[in-house]
Write a protein that binds this ligand. Structure first.
Ligand SMILES: Nc1ncnc2c1ncn2[C@@H]1O[C@H](COP(=O)(O)OP(=O)(O)O)[C@@H](O)[C@H]1O
Ligand SMILES: NC(=O)OP(=O)(O)O
Length: 335
């Protein structure tokens, strides 16, 4: 297991949500996730956890459609993001605290309702791309389209509503997160990508959007100077030619290679592309940081190089070794 590092773990949907969207089932999934993450704490790592909210915030938005406009008005999307950030963070605080208590680890866990500044001129506001809520069939989309919403097909898994997803400019509370982590507090931050806010003369004001949690986590990882950025999702590794007969698993991969694959259109915008872009940005920006994309069940093996490990430059040991063999052989031939 990795030790003594400052680590940000961004949790994907699977870590929170199974097929059962009830609170009880989500809490159970979070309990299992926290049990794995507690191993990182046990090995003296400073841990910051962020998480997605796509399914939850989409469901909450659907619940707003049931609201009665005067007595019980629908709440705006930024407020729904705050609500899901709060509820998921609360479940995590409960579960992580009990697991640490059982392991006799005396550490506090907090979740911070985090605001994330975005740019009012971000083109995302006129081009919604972030899938949220349940997966729908074509028939369900045709019925639901009455509300004027936009839907896209999401990685072969069905249709989902899409909303604007501006890029994070900065994490408003990053200094507080830094202080918490320096004081050995396990911090849940940037949940659901954080609440999108615009800077005003007086402070900040919310804006209706859902920030991608991989981009928000990357920005936080940059701002707190993390050693390691782990993105946990539904697969052990990233693939090129994903789901095709010639799909190939990526293990250690350089920023340069990934940029080439991005250029080839290897990664889907609504699922793997943001993770790749976030990992590339972190590794490029950081002095020494690495990024790993893998599954929760593979977390125990990352110290042995498991998962897709994004590095600035690839480890050239193999090339050096083969060069040594070639030199040795040419010496023997010439002798
Ligand atoms: N190139 C790829 N390599 C691996 N998985 C991919 C790829 N493209 C799409 N996927 C799918 O995208 C999923 C991750 O996206 P998503 O489920 O939206 O993220 P999250 O885990 O953050 O909720 C993976 O579990 C996998 O099913
Ligand atoms: N906000 C966000 O990125 O959520 P998901 O990871 O669940 O899509």
């Amino acid at each position: 297991m990795i030790e003594n590092k400052k680590i940000i773990v961004a949790l994907g949907g699977n870590a929170i949500l199974s097929d059962d969207p009830t609170a009880g089932a989500q809490i159970e999934a979070i309990r299992q996730t926290c049990d794995r993450l507690a191993d990182l704490v046990e090995h003296h790592n400073q841990l910051i956890i962020s998480h997605g909210n796509g399914p939850q915030v989409g469901n909450l938005l659907l619940q707003q459609q049931l609201a009665d406009s005067e007595k019980n008005p629908a709440l705006p999307l930024d407020t729904c993001v705050a609500m899901t950030e709060g509820s998921i963070g609360y479940w995590m605080q409960n579960e992580m605290s009990s697991i640490l208590k059982k392991r006799n680890i005396d550490k506090s866990v907090v979740s911070l309702v985090t605001r994330v500044e975005v740019d009012k001129d971000d083109p995302a506001f006129t081009h919604p791309t972030k899938p949220i809520g349940p997966f729908l069939t074509e028939v369900e989309v045709a019925e639901a389209k009455e509300d004027g919403a936009k839907y896209i097909e999401d990685s072969g898994r069905g249709y989902r509503k899409v909303v604007p997803s501006p890029k994070p400019v900065g994490i408003v509370e990053f200094d507080t997160v830094k202080q918490l982590v320096e004081n050995d507090v396990i911090t849940i931050s940037c949940g659901g990508g954080g609440i999108p806010v615009l800077k005003t003369e007086d402070g900040y004001t919310g804006v209706e959007a859902v920030i991608d949690k991989d981009f928000a986590s990357e920005k936080l990882a940059e701002q707190v100077n993390a050693d390691l950025f782990i993105i946990l999702t539904g697969v052990d590794n990233v693939y090129i030619n994903f789901n095709k007969p010639n799909q190939k698993k990526l293990e250690e991969v350089s920023v340069e290679e990934l940029k080439q694959y991005i250029g080839e259109g290897q990664f889907e915008p609504g699922s793997m592309l943001p993770k790749i872009e976030a990992a590339v940005k972190f590794v490029e920006t950081s002095d020494h940081g690495k990024a790993i994309i893998t599954s929760l069940s593979n977390l125990d093996n990352i110290h042995q190089g498991a998962g897709t490990v994004v590095v600035k430059h690839k480890n050239n040991n193999e090339k050096v070794e083969s060069l040594n063999v070639e030199m040795h052989e040419s010496l023997i031939t010439s002798e």
